[in-house]
Design a protein around this ligand. Structure first.
Ligand SMILES: Nc1nc2c(ncn2[C@@H]2O[C@H](COP(=O)(O)OP(=O)(O)O)[C@@H](O)[C@H]2O)c(=O)[nH]1
Ligand SMILES: [Mg+2]
Length: 282
């Protein structure tokens, strides 16, 4: 199943980011822990090339700790500065600021020696739904100072000034013109980075069933009591039956079963499931 979605507002957001890159010291690149590789957008390459980048594996609470550790060491072995957090948990987000100061330490020190208090500026980028805004909100702890009406800062992009002299620029999530691979497109759709309305959810659920049967055998049986046999479509029918999702004529309601399955995956009701692990290729 090929996923393709690059609406006009993303093209516009991308142009704005390319414009705003000049105004920031570094980038905070937010990835979803369930699909860290697929969340790396080749269209951001021209941004990361010019500014030091901090990779933040967000939503770590949705995957096993060991898996996150493997991704961190994988990224670090490639010379990327990376850390893992959950923006929705406690003070986890503040680790990002510490790391941001670290990667800009030379600049901060140079300014300090000149007697200048330098205010760091960072642009927060990432695929849609990776938690960029949640991270920023966690960092400003409710005392958000949005200065969105500056010239050149249009709707959809917002500067937020934090205590301690750091300003962050929130950006709208951006996908790519064409997905890195069919698999990457699917993973992004599973984690909700692609708007559900533009995807055939029944077909997407069949892909998810396929993934689970192969990578996590026993998951569907445990959750729905559905024997893992036959085609993926037969499994979806079986899930619909087990959940009592029946239409008026007595037919199973595949659409509802598909939505239920995808929702169960996203809400952790199938357990903590990472979609991709580091390989030699990436
Ligand atoms: N479980 C979990 N959910 C998160 C985390 N960070 C963000 N979310 C959720 O992910 C969804 C998208 O977050 P949002 O900040 O709007 O993403 P954005 O599109 O990148 O700005 C929201 O429902 C958040 O509550 C996290 O660390 N863990
Ligand atoms: Mg946002």
């Amino acid at each position: 199943m090929l996923i393709q979605w690059f609406p006009g507002h993303m093209a516009k957001a991308k142009r704005q980011m390319e414009e705003n890159i000049k105004r920031v010291d570094s980038l905070i690149y937010v990835l979803d822990a369930r699909a860290p590789f697929s969340c790396i957008n080749p269209e951001f390459d021209n941004l990361i090339r010019v500014k030091p980048t901090l990779y933040v594996i967000n939503k770590s609470d949705l995957v096993e700790k060991g898996a996150v550790e493997l991704w961190l060491s994988h990224f670090r072995s490639q010379g990327m500065r990376a850390l893992a957090i959950s923006s929705t948990i406690g003070k986890d987000a503040s680790k990002v600021l510490t790391a941001l100061r670290e990667i800009n330490s030379e600049k901060l020190e140079r300014n300090r020696l000149k007697g200048v208090i330098y205010a760091l500026k960072a642009m927060v980028i990432g695929m849609p739904n990776t938690g960029k805004s949640t991270l920023i909100n966690a960092l400003c702890r409710g005392k958000k100072t949005v200065t969105g009406d500056k010239p050149g800062v249009t709707k959809g992009e917002q500067w937020v000034r934090l205590d301690g002299g750091i300003s962050l620029l929130d950006t709208p999530g951006t996908l790519c013109h064409s997905m890195k691979s069919e698999e990457a497109g699917l993973h992004l759709a599973f984690i909700g980075a692609v708007r559900d309305a533009v995807v055939d959810t029944t077909e997407l659920s069949l892909e998810l069933i396929g993934f689970l049967r192969e990578s996590r055998p026993g998951t569907l049986l445990a959750r729905y009591g559905a024997e893992e046999k036959g085609t993926n479509l037969e499994m979806l029918e079986s899930i619909a039956g087990k959940r009592g999702l029946i239409r008026k004529g007595g037919e199973v309601d595949l659409d509802k079963a598909a939505l239920a399955l995808i929702d169960d995956f996203r809400k952790l009701r199938l357990g903590k499931i990472i979609l991709e692990m580091p390989t030699d290729e990436y």
